[in-house]
Design a protein around this ligand. Structure first.
Ligand code: GLU
Length: 441
């Protein structure tokens, strides 16, 4: 059975970069009729916060990325203890006592000699007495996994054939000096015990994958299929890491971005398939293929989400948006007309408020100096409301006759005077919904 997981650390709000990982894992599970796990990677008690766990759930719910099961690493510490014991018993785990400064010095020396900065395994040579002495002096050491120095190979769903020389990688620390289990071990134990069959994550995890493959094998687990998607960059190819904080999903939601616009973009961006707005998650699931994604960094421009949101909204019926229109206080008998005329003229649903305000209260007229006289004359010909679908036609006909203006020179200044804007919906329909037209010239 296909099982995937999204494994955020609850140390902040999730952003578009995390969403890409979540979505790909979700789509793979759903396409295969499998299972999607939300795994909270909270082994770091200082940095993990409950408010972020709640926020992650809310953000995924907003997008409709429903999970079949939720797991928390902090509930599973006994499993990691057992795995650590197992690694010790098979001679693949050793305690090391170097301080961060000592490690740093070693690295600098290696780099100076033109060597890769790989941990030299000095701790393997320590006798039991030496270890006891170091423990007494420095406290418990860290626990490192002893890699087999061979090539680690896998066929990556995005990157293709990967081969990494284990001797170019430091033996990973799996338990810190204070006893805290690190993600590298916890993740392997969880993936194995939860039957995770496919792991999609960012390409910053490639080296982790190499070491995790050896840990999985050492613990007798089955190696899942791995795929590492490229990292997102800004529109000019600039690193996005510093800006990701401003691209939190909750900020996009707040800005009016529609879930399906965001999902439609993120499910295809960086693949050989075109980005098209979809209305149903099922369409995204059907057309998804991780193998169609490229390894090159993927450019992401947050501005692209707005035309996609607008296009999505245009496809909706009144029924789909009724709660928003109700909330504005649009009377039931005017809702159909209001939505029909605004849907093509909004970027997000937030723009509806401005159009309804125009209908109820009119707008400050926008009058070019050279049109001032013309508008004064035209306004004198505008009857008091209420208006209906014929009001615009009869008014503009009267204005045309009185002033001799026609075409754009007639209609544009009138539109600007009535709505205070240069663009907008069909004026006959709009005027019919307006209760007042402000400032008569
Ligand atoms: N908690 C890890 C992270 O957020 C999970 C990585 C993984 O998918 O294995 O980077």
């Amino acid at each position: 059975m296909t099982t995937t997981r999204f494994a955020p650390s609850p140390t902040g709000y999730i952003h578009v970069g995390n969403l890409r990982t979540a979505l790909m894992n979700y789509l793979i599970a759903r396409k295969a009729g499998g299972s999607f796990i939300l795994r909270i990677d909270d082994t770091d008690p200082e940095r993990s916060k409950e408010e972020y766990v709640d926020a992650i759930k809310q953000d995924l719910e907003w997008l409709g990325l429903t999970w079949d099961r939720i797991e928390r690493q902090s509930d599973r510490l006994d499993r990691y203890v057992a795995a650590a014991d197992e690694l010790r018993s098979i001679g693949r785990f050793y305690e090391a006592f170097e301080t961060p400064t000592e490690l740093d010095l070693k690295r600098k020396k290696q780099l100076n000699m033109g060597k890769p900065p790989v941990y030299d395994r000095a701790a393997l040579a320590l006798s039991e007495d030496e270890k006891s002495a170091l423990r007494a002096e420095r406290g418990d050491g860290v626990w490192r996994f002893k890699l087999d120095h061979e090539r680690i190979e896998w066929k990556d769903g995005v990157l293709g054939d990967i081969s990494i020389d284990a001797s170019s990688v430091s033996d990973p620390v799996l338990i810190r000096g204070d006893g805290q289990f690190l993600y590298t071990l916890a993740s392997v134990v969880d993936d194995t015990e939860m039957g995770v069959s496919h792991v999609v994550r960012g390409s910053d995890h490639v080296t982790n994958t190499a070491t995790q493959i050896q840990i999985i094998k050492a613990l007798g687990g089955t190696v899942p299929e791995f795929a590492h998607h490229s990292l997102l960059t800004g529109p000019q190819g600039e690193a996005l890491s510093k800006r990701l904080g401003t691209l939190a999903l909750r900020d996009l939601r707040e800005a009016g971005v529609q879930p399906m616009a965001l999902l439609s973009l993120m499910a295809r961006l960086g693949s050989s398939d075109p980005v098209e707005v979809r209305n149903e998650m099922a369409e995204l699931i059907d057309g998804f293929d991780i193998n169609r994604f490229g390894a090159a960094p993927t450019k992401f421009d947050v501005e692209d989400l707005y035309p996609l949101t607008a296009r999505y909204l245009q496809s909706l019926s009144l029924e789909d948006v009724k709660p928003h229109i109700d909330a504005l206080g649009v009377p039931a008998d005017k809702q159909e007309a209001f939505w029909a005329l605004t849907k093509e003229n909004i970027t997000t649903l937030k723009d509806l408020a401005g159009w309804w305000e125009l209908c109820c209260e009119g707008a400050e007229p926008l009058i070019a100096e050279e049109d001032a006289e013309f508008i004064a004359e035209a306004m004198a010909l505008l009857p008091e409301g209420p208006y209906d679908e014929t009001s615009w036609k009869s008014w503009t006909t009267a204005v045309k006759e009185a002033t001799g203006r026609k075409g754009k020179g007639l209609f544009m200044p009138l539109r600007k005077a009535v709505t205070g804007r240069e663009r907008g919906p069909d004026m006959s329909a709009l005027l019919a919904l307006m209760s007042v037209v402000k400032a008569r010239g």
